[in-house]
Design a protein around this ligand. Structure first.
Ligand SMILES: [Zn+2]
Ligand SMILES: [Zn+2]
Length: 188
């Protein structure tokens, strides 16, 4: 059962005008796509909702904040990540697509920020989950200068220097000089 306090009640906005919502939600990483996020703290979300200019349209603007640990995409070590994001969304009633007709709904380019609601409410939890999802970088990095793992021995190069680097470089130079020699032979 969804907690009614986690929902934006659209009838209430029709009746009483713009509303502000502020909630702190416990979110389980299993609610997110991908399982890379750990130690996800509660998500604080605020949303101000008012009617839009189109029939059935509602404007939702607000912000979301959370902290979590993300694994670095280079060295795989989890590192603390804090996110604060804001959003401006337009919600329109989900268009009725007749059963059996699987037509794509065409969305004009200036309507890319449009989302759809069905029923008479919008879930704050879904908004929060969406913000988390959008905030997680494609390639999280503990620091921009992260040296990553040694591809040969797996050592974390931020913490230790291994002996592999030199032999890799030697092998590359070796391959390069072979190419040079082959080119020379062809030229001569
Ligand atoms: Zn790293
Ligand atoms: Zn190594």
């Amino acid at each position: 059962m969804v907690d009614p306090r986690e929902r934006i009640n659209l009838d209430e906005i029709d009746k009483d005008g713009p509303q502000s919502y502020s909630r702190t939600l416990e979110v389980s990483p299993s609610e997110l796509a991908g399982d890379e996020i750990v130690n996800l703290g509660p998500v604080s979300i605020t949303a101000n909702v008012q009617k839009g200019s189109q029939p059935g349209e509602y404007l939702v603007e607000g912000s979301a904040r959370f902290t979590a640990d993300l694994p670095c995409s280079r060295c795989l070590e989890p590192y603390p990540f804090a996110s604060s994001s804001s959003f401006h969304l337009r919600f329109q009633p989900r268009p009725d697509v007749p059963q059996g007709e699987d037509e794509e709904i065409e969305i004009a380019p200036d309507e890319l920020d449009v989302e759809f609601y069905s029923g008479r409410s919008i879930s704050l939890r879904d908004l929060a989950l969406e913000q988390i999802q959008l905030s997680i970088p494609m390639k999280p990095l503990c620091t921009d200068a992260c040296l990553g793992l040694c591809p040969t021995c797996g050592a974390n190069r931020n913490r230790e220097t291994c002996a592999c680097e030199e032999s890799i470089v030697d092998a590359r130079w070796g391959a390069l000089s072979e190419i040079r020699q082959a080119i020379k032979k062809r030229e001569s």
